[in-house]
Design a binder for this molecule. Structure first.
Ligand code: FES
Ligand SMILES: [Fe+2]
Length: 348
């Protein structure tokens, strides 16, 4: 499986990168992240070109990373700045690959492709992580599955009624024929893939009951995918029939970054706009979300992925439901972007 290289991938929450260097594998590459004295975060290779030592175990000296094995130093651009041995000659191949790294709205974003094509305006837009009119939490989960099955999971929130009934899912509402009374709409606009659901006159999901008192309301759950794998769910509950903007809001970010072909990083954030001064609600929200992800989503996704036996989803000829429209479209759109990128690289 190939990855889309020319894209911004989330490589961490800003708050998790302090004075110690950190390592993260992205698209099969070992990245080292660290902060310079002025606070700027940088991303260079985490593999020393001498004997391939992991640099994240080294120390930062004047904005340079010092290899913990034999002491070569590299600056923030990846150039070798010191060879402490012999005459001190610096070999031409004593250089670390570096990647454009941007810090935006509480997250760190690495551009994994051609640096000349990196455009910061393409980073997904959201504000609640760093805007004090919201409160919430950020988190991280490592999953041993292809990142695309995690994107599938998020684009099809019908699962939340079944898998997350006790945590983040809205209760079942069925017609006399036993059909789910959820209204669903899939559409695309400006390259963003939207998978939107609305439930009307429904009791709120357990997570909403933590901070709002409506016994019945409408739940608006618009999910947007920014290819390749960054999602925003701008969920809200309102009084029946009221506009979404008037409601109790609980927007969440789901940034999924491939680690290898069979593993990925999942960075998530959940924020709310009501009763923001109550830290106990935030703690309880986090508990519910962690339970939903760790005890409900992760084991289910893992078991499904294991049963796919390493095969591509479409090769397995899965049953496609109407509510799979966004996930199917997203997989095809991403496959085309990857194919186009490969053809362009082959021509170059
Ligand atoms: S492995 Fe890094 S200096 Fe030798
Ligand atoms: Fe889920």
């Amino acid at each position: 499986m190939a990855f889309l290289q020319n894209a911004w991938y989330c490589v961490g929450w800003s708050s998790d990168l302090a004075d110690k260097p950190k390592s993260i594998k992205v698209l099969g590459k070992e990245l080292l992240l660290y902060r310079c004295a002025d606070g700027t975060a940088v991303a260079v290779s985490n593999v020393c070109p001498h004997r391939f030592a992991p640099l994240d175990c080294g120390r930062i000296v004047d904005d340079q990373i010092e290899c913990p094995y034999h002491g070569l130093r590299f600056d923030r651009t990846g150039a070798c700045s010191l060879n402490p041995h012999g005459s001190g000659t610096i070999a031409p191949n004593a250089r670390l690959q570096s990647w454009p790294l941007v810090e935006r709205a509480g997250a760190l974003w690495a551009w994994m492709g051609d640096p000349a094509l990196a455009d910061e305006n393409e980073i997904v837009q959201y504000d609640y992580v760093t805007d004090s009119s919201w409160t919430g939490f950020t988190g991280y989960l490592h999953l041993d599955v292809d990142y695309q099955v995690v994107v599938d999971n998020q684009l099809d929130l019908t699962h939340s009624t079944y898998l997350h009934a006790k945590t983040v899912g809205a209760p079942r509402q069925e017609t006399a024929e036993g059909r789910d009374r959820r209204e669903y709409r899939f559409h695309t606009a400006d390259g963003i893939i939207h998978s939107d659901a609305v439930r009307r006159d429904t009791p709120p999901a357990p997570i909403f009951r933590l901070f709002q008192d409506r016994p019945l309301g409408d739940i608006h759950a618009p999910m947007s995918l920014y290819l390749p794998s960054n999602l925003i769910l701008d969920i809200a509950t309102t009084d029946p029939g009221a506009p979404k903007s008037s409601g109790s809001r609980l927007p969440s970010a789901h940034f999924i970054t491939p680690e290898t072909e069979t593993s990925c990083h999942y960075f998530f954030a959940f924020f709310r706009n009501e009763r923001i001064e109550d830290a106990r609600i935030t703690a309880r929200m986090e508990e519910l979300v962690r339970h939903a992800f760790v005890e409900e989503d992760a084991p289910m996704i893992q078991k499904c992925f294991d049963r796919m036996g390493g095969k591509d989803l479409f090769e397995l000829k899965p049953v496609i439901l109407e509510t799979d429209a966004a996930a199917v479209y997203a997989r095809r759109a991403l496959a085309k972007l990857i194919r186009d990128e490969q053809l362009k690289n082959a021509d170059a």
